[in-house]
Design a protein around this ligand. Structure first.
Ligand code: GRF
Length: 197
């Protein structure tokens, strides 16, 4: 069994889809979620984790003097939980270099677009879908990739497309992409565990 930690900041619907796959889907018997970390005390993800009986902790940047001690606290929690794999699932802060180095090749992120398009600094949440609408693209999608020090640049593990219609609002695209995210994140975790990347 691989020991998985999930880092979140918001709703946690991706974390929920991973938990559902662990409970009764493709990750059953392969993975155990040992820890959820949120940087945001108000994240609904924390409540979801507790409902699933997963250890959930909040580590807020403002409780620390600097980035180094903040990242140190995250790394300590990950190590204490003997984490094998880290999944960023709507984690809205830049992850510290020391954490990336410690989990290189074992840290995944999900992005709501077809990287390398619509990635990079400032491309998160609704900004991504707004940019897709503006660009006139007929396709968008979701990407699960390994985390590297530069935003959204790591090797792609799974990418899946959705159609974009001329009448779509950013919210329409967001809904369609999120449904795909919920399917591909567990698939990507399975691929990594099975060494099929
Ligand atoms: C997702 O769209 C994900 O791609 C992005 O943040 C959103 C998180 O949603 N990185 P949720 O918290 O998993 O519901």
């Amino acid at each position: 069994m691989k020991r998985l930690a999930v880092l979140v900041s918001g709703s946690g619907s991706n974390m929920q889809s991973i938990a559902d796959s662990v409970n009764r889907g493709i990750l059953k018997g392969l993975v155990e979620i040992v820890l959820v970390i949120s940087n945001n005390p108000g994240a609904y993800a924390l409540e979801r984790a507790r409902n699933e009986n997963i250890k959930a902790v909040c580590i807020e940047r403002k409780s620390f003097e600097d980035e180094i001690s903040f990242n140190g606290a995250i790394l300590r929690e990950l190590r204490n939980a003997e984490t094998d794999i880290v999944c960023l699932a709507g984690y809205m802060r830049m992850i510290g270099r020391e954490i990336i180095r410690a989990y290189r090749g074992r840290m995944l992120n999900i992005h709501p677009a077809l990287l390398p398009k619509f990635g990079g600094k400032g491309m998160y949440g609704r900004h991504v879908h707004e940019a897709v609408v503006k660009s006139g693209e007929t396709k968008s999608g979701a990407t699960v990739h390994f985390v590297e020090e530069e935003y959204d640049t790591g090797k792609i593990i799974i990418q899946r497309e959705v159609e974009v219609f001329a009448s779509d609002t950013p919210q329409d695209i967001s809904k369609r992409v999120l449904a795909v995210e919920h399917r591909i994140y567990p698939e990507a975790i399975k691929k990594v565990i099975e060494g099929k990347v």
